[in-house]
Design a protein around this ligand. Sequence first.
Ligand code: PMP
Length: 389
Amino acid sequence: MIYADYNATAPCTPEHLAKVTELILQKDGNPSSIHYQGRRAKVALESARKSVAWHFSAEPSEIIFMSGATEVNNFILQGTACHHFFPDCQETSKASVSHFIVSAGEHPSVFATCEFLKKRNQVHLEVAPLLTSGEICLKQLLPLISDKTSLVSLIYVNNETGIMSNLQEIVVQIRKKSPTCHIHIDAVQAFGKIDMRWMGPSGVDSAVVSGHKVGALKGIAALYLKKSVRLGTIIVGGGQERGRRAGTENMPGIFSLGLRSDDLRDNSEVMARLGRLWKTLWDNLSTISGVSLHGDPTCSTKNTVNFHMSGIQGEILMLKLDAAGIAVSTGSACSSGTPKPSHVLKSMGFSDFESANSIRISLGASTTEDDIQEIVRVIRTVADQRKAV
Ligand code: PMP
């Protein structure tokens, strides 16, 4: 079996699971308890927080653990749109309709939250398009920003295409136009691939990473929230996570994310190896007749290839690869099963057919040179069979 769907989830290694299990067994208390077992768990919790904070050049108190990036994106967007409802905020005079700007490349967890808020007349939404390269178009984003804008939410690396935008520069430009709007970064697919330590000292207000995209357990994410930001909470209860996210902490998930955060401090060797494999894959696929690769390879994070094959449905191609023991995705895994064209590819200028029939191959730590050769061989065979029909 060849696993090439790392953007959907990066499997845990047995070594990682063994380390997590050891921590669970050793630090099994409730970190809110004040007895010895509780204090011991609390120390381990704070140590994991510190490990994540390093990646943002943030203070540990600026890291909040939540159940997933979907929850974080809901928290930031709903919290910003509704924060005048929350008791710890005095701004009752704030207009009830907030102006939000997002890029066309955002994950469904951002778009669906915007739609949810739009239906309740809480948000006026504007969408900044993507360039054909797959990057966020700064030229079209900037004119949308005004002194009424409350939030700009941008994806760092797109989950479907692997294309990275130059957010360091984009954030500087946004800040020049709006010193106050909340800037949120969905860094889920960037974590472990790109150095994000520029964020802490920058104009970024919040960012999110998710454990299961980097080989940690599923159901854990970390929010970086700048300490100056005032936001309410959407889950109230026992006051955990400094009142931002009530509920007993998911300690197995937090241990796991903390451990992976330590591993990922220097991931350059893995990324260099992946870069070579990715280049072989890209170069080989581009020689297959009927295959069109999407996005500008110079902006890619070098683990993802997104393409379509003319005359064949994406779902069929994916199933043929599956039958050959190769796991890939049609477009974004989150929208698998829906034949809708990808909003990301549409914004990059692809046709309905191209946007609805793309395949995403995403590589990770377990990928080998032999895997790449086999993936290319199977895709070439499908292309040849398609021509023969
Ligand atoms: N944002 C991006 C860019 C993603 O790729 C994903 C996962 N597909 C999410 C958000 C949601 O993450 P989670 O699975 O942790 O809810």
